[in-house]
Design a protein around this ligand. Structure first.
Ligand code: ADP
Ligand code: MG
Length: 573
């Protein structure tokens, strides 16, 4: 798998860079709003020092009006900033969520552990942080300097006390980061683990109920859930302690500044107004530290989420081709193909070489875990070979653009799942533009038209609605129609008859024969020897290698000579 800088990672980086630009504006907003915030201390200073001494109502009215004006500006600017942040959040979501959804699907096709839901949750945590309170207080922090400069103007001693306070709070913030980081991060990991376990459990609900596994399963789930809870509690406690210390310090510094101010008032070096103003200013200057510590958890989670996303995107499969290829005929070649599942070294498929001509029907047989389904996934470009190539009409199937490839290929996976939606939606591959004719044509090609007509609302029957579920055999047959939708050139069927009755089996045989008339290359994996009747060629897999490949009769004769066929029949017939 190529792990170079790929498009999806690039689009995440671009999106975050665009956010950076918004932050520069936000920083400017924050500068102006902090300037406006000076209105209150300046007002207090002026009122106490000038109005009270001069008893001028006119000045008071003027000052009050100016202060109101400044506060109006402040509120407007803060409102606009919030609007911009909300907009930025939606923009980021709209831009990245489809990319991450698609990435999640591509990744799940490879490795079933990462769900696309996790990526979206990570994105949400980044978005929440970027647009939330923590971010705006971080953006306010640099402008605390304005207040501190003002404090120096009022009196150098007051400025020094405030700076010392600021440095202390900064140190506390750093300590908070170090002492809660690992707990918050591992709490997140455990929470992901427990929710993914809950997903698996829900998928196995029937087995759990039938065999009374609930207690055991709950116990396992609770382990990771409890771990996450304990860690969260731990981090929460520490964070609460640091928050209290911060608040204490901020208020203490505020008191200290007022005290120092009062001292200088007594020394007649400062006015009462300046003393009051200094108290207000230092409170403002140190406020961002307190907010930052209070919402630091969101920052840590967002940072972890970004790391997880980046890592996952770095390893996302890259498909090289972006061009639209012409309609293929359906000639297939496996050229010295090796495959090892992601994260493993030992190949599950080695040195696979074979060719099919357009219109050939190939039966892939062999014991369980021989690598048959792997062949199907390599052939449909779901997986990328570790080395070697799988080609259709000379073009590498893995690199083939998916939307383009899908037009010419039908695939029925071994465990067929249908989407929530109507039968028509499912057969048409969820394409809402598909016509009834196209859908019926596919259903007829797959010989399931009659079966569908017997359903409560035929093609409009909604699966997954009002308890409407299909049997495994019915799902397989609808899945077969979906594979035949849109006149494919290649159809790959992975154990399409594992749940079929006799009627379904006959329908499948007829479908393959019909397909052959249309020159559709068909690869069918099956345990049932009956399928050999419709095959032109046979591929016998054993332990990831080709045990035999050739015309049907030749392979069958070879198997008879080796005495493999009767055994195969006995086991699987
Ligand atoms: N996603 C996967 N991750 C790890 N191993 C896998 C994966 N899929 C299949 N395998 C392994 O590859 C081998 C071949 O599997 P498969 O092609 O499904 O066999 P078959 O379809 O012939 O029963 C098996 O040993 C299986 O355990
Ligand atoms: Mg299989």
């Amino acid at each position: 798998m190529k792990v170079n800088q790929n498009e999806k990672l690039l689009s995440l980086k671009k999106a975050l860079n665009a956010c950076k630009k918004a932050f520069y504006y936000s920083l400017l907003f924050s500068f102006i709003s902090n300037l406006m915030m000076l209105a209150i201390p300046i007002y207090s200073l002026q009122v106490l020092d000038r109005v009270i001494s001069s008893a001028s109502i006119e000045t008071l009215v003027m000052l009050t009006l100016v202060a109101f004006l400044a506060l109006t500006c402040l509120s407007l600017i803060q409102g606009v900033r919030s609007f911009v942040m909300i907009k930025l959040g939606s923009w980021l979501d709209k831009r990245m969520s489809p990319v991450l959804f698609a990435h999640g699907i591509a990744n799940s096709a490879y490795k079933r552990t990462i769900s696309s839901g996790q990526h979206l949750q990570d994105m949400a945590s980044i978005k929440n942080f970027i647009t939330g309170q923590a971010m705006s207080s971080l953006l306010d922090a640099p402008w605390s300097m304005i207040f501190i400069i003002f404090l120096f103007f009022i009196h150098p001693a007051i400025g020094i006390v405030s700076i010392i306070g600021g440095v202390f709070l900064f140190i506390i913030a750093i300590m908070n980061e170090f002492s809660t980081k690992s707990a918050i991060e591992s709490a997140g990991e455990h929470s992901i683990k427990s929710s993914s376990y809950a997903d698996t459990a829900a998928r196995n609900a029937e087995a759990i109920e039938a065999m009374g596994m609930l207690e055991n399963v709950t116990k396992i789930w609770q382990e990771s859930n409890t771990k996450s809870m304990i860690l969260q509690e731990h981090a929460g406690r520490k964070s609460a302690i640091y928050s209290s210390i911060t608040r204490f310090f901020r208020l203490a510094v505020q008191v200290g500044v007022t005290g120092v101010g009062a001292y200088y008032v007594l020394q007649a070096q400062m006015s009462v107004g300046a003393m009051i103003a200094a108290g207000i200013l230092v409170g403002r200057a140190l406020a961002p530290f307190e907010t930052a510590i209070g919402s630091w958890k969101g920052f840590i989670s967002a940072r972890k989420s970004l790391k997880r996303l980046t890592q996952s995107l770095e390893h996302s499969p890259v498909r090289a081709s972006s061009i639209e290829l012409p309609e293929p005929k359906g000639n297939i070649s496996f050229e010295n193909v090796y495959f090892a599942p992601m994260g493993t070294k030992k190949p599950t498929i080695s040195a696979v070489n074979f060719k099919l001509n357009a219109g050939d029907v190939l039966a892939v047989i062999g014991p369980s875990a021989a690598g048959k389904s792997t062949i199907a996934k390599l052939l449909t470009g779901v997986w990328q070979p570790a080395s070697g190539n799988v080609r259709m009409d000379g073009a590498d199937v893995y690199n083939w653009r998916r939307d383009n490839f899908g037009k010419y290929v039908g695939y029925l996976p071994q465990d067929v799942e249908l989407f929530a939606g109507t039968i028509k939606d499912n057969i048409s591959r969820m394409n809402s533009d598909a016509t009834d004719e196209e859908v019926i044509e596919a259903a007829q090609l797959a010989n399931v038209h009659e079966l569908i007509l017997r359903l409560p609302e035929d093609y409009k029957t909604n699966i997954g609605l009002d308890g409407m579920t299909l049997s495994a055999g019915q799902r397989q047959r609808i899945g077969l129609a979906r594979a035949y939708f849109g006149n494919p050139k290649l159809v790959v069927l992975d154990e399409p008859n594992s749940s079929l009755d006799n009627e379904g089996d006959m329908a499948l045989m007829r479908a393959i024969q019909n397909g052959k008339k249309r020159n559709i290359t068909t690869v069918i994996i099956s345990h049932r020897p009956a399928i050999l009747q419709v095959a032109d060629k046979v591929l016998l897999m054993s332990e990831g290698k080709i045990a035999d490949f050739g015309d049907r009769d030749t392979v069958i004769n070879n198997m008879r000579e080796k005495g493999v066929l009767p055994k195969l029949k006995a086991v699987q017939g």
